[in-house]
Write a protein that binds this ligand. Sequence first.
Ligand SMILES: Nc1ncnc2c1ncn2[C@@H]1O[C@H](COP(=O)(O)OP(=O)(O)O)[C@@H](O)[C@H]1O
Ligand SMILES: O=C(CO)[C@@H](O)[C@@H](O)COP(=O)(O)O
Length: 557
Amino acid sequence: MSAKYAIGVDYGTQSGRAVLVDLSNGHEIADHVTPYPHGVIDEKLPVSGIELGHDWALQHPDDYLEVLRRSVPAVLQASGVAAADVIGLGIDFTACTMLPVDESGTPLCFLPDWKDNPHGWVKLWKHHAAQDEADRLNAIAAERGEKFLPRYGGKISSEWMVAKVWQILNEAPEVYEATDLFTEATDWVISQLTGGFVRNSCTAGYKSIWHKQEGYPSPDFFKALDPRLENLTATKLRGDIKPLGSKAGELTAKMAELTGLVAGTAIAVGNVDAHAAVPAVGVVDEGKLVMAMGTSICHMVLGKEEVEVEGMCGVVEDGIIEGYMGYEAGQSAVGDIFEWFVEEAVPAYVKEAAEKDGVGVHQWLTERAAHYKPGETGLVALDWWNGNRSVLVDTNLTGVVVGYTLLTKPEEMYRTLLEATAFGTRTIIDAFHHNGVPVHEVYACGGLPQKNALLMQIYADVTNREIKVADSKQTPAVGAAMFGAVAAGAAKGGYDSVVDAAKAMARVREETFKPIPENVAVYERLYAEYRTLHDYFGRGANDVMKRLKALKEEASK
Ligand SMILES: Nc1ncnc2c1ncn2[C@@H]1O[C@H](COP(=O)(O)OP(=O)(O)O)[C@@H](O)[C@H]1O
Ligand SMILES: O=C(CO)[C@@H](O)[C@@H](O)COP(=O)(O)O
C-alpha cells in the first residue's frame, strides 16, 4: 500500500488552517492558513452596517467554506500528495459556535429575509450577550434540583447552546420560528462536506447539556425556562448524535470538486479544537492535563469516574477519548488579553522601539519583562478581561490590576498579565486535583507555547509542575487529521481507534519547562494575593464589576 495521509482542518477564532499529515508518523507535510474574510463581527453586520449590542460576537458561515476552498487545495498542491492517498478528513472548531439553518441546511443569514437580522448569523463561542438567559437558566435548574447542573460545575455558560438559543427566542422570535435546526458550526461544516446532518457527542455533551445515558434535560425543564422551548430538543436540536471517532459520511462529488479531494473520502464527525488536541499530544489516559493555549485556554483531563468539580465547563463520557470521562475547564481570554494590551494600552514609544529593533511588540515587551524576578513588579492582576469561565463561570466579571505607581513600566504590566493568566490556570488545576481528578502531568499546545517561552516558564513556576510542549504548530489540526484517519479505518490505511492513531502519530518536544524553586516560592505568595482578590471580587463580597457594567449599559442607551 502506498503511504497514506489525512487532512485536519482547524477552525480558530480568526482563521482556519488545513494540515496534511503523514499517517505513519504524524508529520505535518503541508499547512495553509485562510484568515476569515469577515473576521470576528463584533460591531456591525457586513454590508447592512447594522450595529450590534455589547458583548456580541458573530461570524460569517461562508468564511468556513472559504477555508475549504482555499486551504485544502493549497495543502494538496504544496505536498504533491495524490488526492487518492488522502484517505480521511477531520475538522475541529471553536465551540459553542452555533447558527440557525433552514430545512435545506442553509444558514438563515444567507437568505434575503434574514441577512439583516443579527440573530440569523453565526454566534461565535465568545458571544457573551446571552448572560441574562444563562443566569435565569442556572437559577431555574438549581431550584428544580436538575441532575445535570453538577456535571457542568454548577453553572451553564452563556457561551453555550441553550443560552444562545433562548436569547434568539427572546430577542428575535421570528428568527427562532424560521429556524429548522440550531447547529454547532462544526456539525454544519461536516454536513456541507457529506451532504448529511449528524451531531457529534463532544459538542452535544459539553455545549448542549446532552448526556450519553440520560439524553438532553427533560421537556419539563425547558418548559420551565419558557413554554415555547418545551420541545426544543425534539425539534430544533434534533439529529443523530455520533461518538467521536466515528465516520459522519463521505465527501460529496460537489465538495470533491471544490476541495480537490476524491469523492467518497471518509469524513469524521465534527470535533472541538481543544478536545482534538488531546490525542495529538499523546494523551489517551488519566492524570495528564492538556492546555490548548491561544486566544483562550481550554484545560482538558481524563478520568475514570464522574465527579463534581467547581466551575468546570463539563464532564462528558467519551467526550474526548472513548472509555474515559473527559473533563474540560477554561479561561475565556489569555492571548486576547495580551493582544488587548499591545493594541490598546502600550505607549507609542514602545511600538516605535519595537519597530526600530525589527521585532513585534509582544517580543519587545517579553524580552524586557524577562529581566524581572517574580514579585519585582509590585503588581498583581485578575485575568477577567473576557469574564471568568472557570471556576466562577461569570462573564460579567472584568479585569483588575493592583499596585500601579508612577514608575510602573509597560513591560511590568505585560509581565503581570502573563502571570495573571497563569494564576487563572493554577486555580483550575487545583480545583481538579483536589476534587478527585488528579493532575500528575501537564502538556501544552496551541499558538502560545510556540510564541512565548517566558509565559511557559511562568506557568511552570506558578503551577509548580513540569510542562511538556507539543511538537507541532497545529496540534488541533493534527488531532482532527487523526480522527479523519480513524473514520477511514485500518483497512484503508488509517486506524481503528484514536488510541492506535495517537501511538503512531502524537509527538511532544524533548525539552520541557521545569519549575524553578525560588520562583515557585515567590509565586506561592503572589498566588495567595490573587486568590484573595479572586474571592473578594468574584464571589459576591464586592459586586463593583457588575455595577459598573450595568452603569455602562445604562449610560450608553
Ligand atoms: N509573543 C507573544 N506572546 C504572547 N502572546 C502572543 C504573542 N504573539 C501573539 N500572541 C497572542 O496569541 C494569540 C493567538 O494565539 P493562536 O494560538 O495563534 O490563535 P487561536 O487561539 O485563534 O488558535 C493572540 O491572542 C495573540 O495576542
Ligand atoms: O471553548 C472552547 C472549547 O470548548 C474553545 O473553542 C474556545 O475557547 C476558543 O478557542 P481558541 O482560543 O480560539 O483556540
